[in-house]
Design a protein around this ligand. Structure first.
Ligand code: DGL
Length: 252
């Protein structure tokens, strides 16, 4: 049985865990919500790397064979750093710019992510590969992480917050919106509702989580990490209060 550590600044990474569990139903998972330090979005890369050191050390002490950074911001700040320092495989988030660029009919794609992700070299390199084919417009999902941590996934407050960041992307003509933060898929119903109310029901939202789950399997196979389907086990850990983690876990 493999032990897989999955981390995020909060509950967002559960949107990735949901996909991982579909493909790997029998492993030992340790999910860590770093909610005492959430949000990561505006923190410095140095701060986030220090958090990643602490979380990686914890996972290793519990026998992790691989670790998933189910957080775009942490991936931007630290996946290369971790790969240079520790010997287990690290799987990070990939901004889903490619499927958006291949699918768009309007030739405009929107990216919703945190400030840290939008500044990171991983995202900037990916963007650079597609910029001559499509127009890429970006918005920080301002207040989105806080909504999801509070469990406010639908309703008037969620709709008002979502409208503020989504509307400029739709106004720019985007017909594909990349969800570049793992918290955002929990707001999908509200994102779809707001898009429809703004007269754009055809807009598609793209979540990279299924691709990350597939990548984890490839990496495990390459590293010779055995899979098993008999004794599934999930441990939920958090650096702060656990209520949000338990509530969101019950939704996946
Ligand atoms: N869920 C995270 C991400 O994918 C972090 C959001 C935050 O803490 O600001 O970027």
């Amino acid at each position: 049985m493999a032990t897989i550590g999955i981390m995020d600044s909060g509950v967002g990474g559960l949107s990735v865990f949901r996909e991982i569990r579909k493909l790997l139903p029998g492993e030992h998972f340790i999910y860590y919500s770093d909610n005492a330090h959430c949000p990561y979005g505006e923190k410095t890369p140095e701060y986030i790397r220090a958090r990643l050191d602490e979380i990686t050390t914890l996972f290793l002490s519990r026998g992790a064979d691989a670790m998933v950074l189910a957080c775009n911001t942490a991936t931007a700040a630290g996946v290369e750093y971790l790969r240079g320092k520790y010997s287990i495989p690290f799987i990070g988030m990939e901004p889903a710019v490619k499927p958006a660029a291949l699918g768009t009919e309007s030739k405009v794609i929107g990216v919703l992510a945190t400030a840290g992700t939008l500044k990171g070299s991983k995202y900037l390199n990916t963007k650079g590969r597609f910029e001559d084919q499509v127009t890429i417009v970006e918005q920080v999902g301002k207040g989105f992480v806080e909504l999801v941590e509070k469990g406010l996934l639908t309703g008037p407050e969620a709709e008002a917050v979502v409208t503020e960041s989504l509307e400029p992307l739709l106004d720019a003509g985007a017909d594909r919106i990349v969800l570049g933060c793992t918290h955002y898929p929990f707001l999908l119903d509200t994102l779809r509702k707001v898009a429809a109310e703004l007269g754009r029901p055809e807009v598609q939202f793209i979540d990279p989580a299924p691709a990350v789950a597939t990548r984890l399997i490839q990496v495990m196979e390459q590293a010779g990490i055995p899979k098993e389907d008999k004794h599934p086990q999930t441990e939920l850990l958090s650096s702060g209060d656990k209520a949000a983690l338990l509530r969101t876990f019950s939704l996946i």
